[in-house]
Design a protein. Sequence first.
Length: 217
Amino acid sequence: MGEVTTCHVVVKGTFIELSDGSSMMSRFKKFRKSKTDDSALPDGDEVREVELQLPALPQVQPEKAEPQASPVKRATQKRARTTVMLRNIPNNYTRQMFLELLDDQGFWGSYDFVYLPCDFQRDSNLGYAFVNLQVDSVDRFWDIFDGFSRWSLPSAKVCEVTWSGPHQGLNAHVERYRNSPVMHRSVPQKYKPMVFAQGDPVPFPPPTRRLKAPTTR
């Protein structure tokens, strides 16, 4: 349906102009008041009030902003990964001490893989560890251990948490280490990675090929 709109037509010579501004009405009123005053409008100008039927313009709906993911949702999306790497662990921490640290911070039963790589000759860890967590425990773990420094032994080290890479998840780490020399029978158990089920250690999946003994320097 068209819309009836009142506008003003100014005839200039043989040309027609449309105007709906207040300035045109002002000029028209001045013209009516003076009537005989030809200077009210420019020569040849004639004002007429007419009704025109104009096509209805489509209504434009305001654009809606794309909904932004909440910080919680972004964190969940970002942290779909589950394996973290802890750096700057005191080198004199043993695997047992590291496990006790995890449990003391409330993560008993929340991890299913732990590995604290060690130097066999020096009987000390290399300063980092890998932990695979339940997905709903990752945020809390990250918050507690990133910047952690309350070690049970005197140390000025400050822990840093990053993502493990390129391996992520329990299965990937099992496949990574089940055929590794670290799983050779000559390596003491305290140096080996561990897997857990509901908080308790379970046997590591057996190798799929013959293991080589680790080389020593």
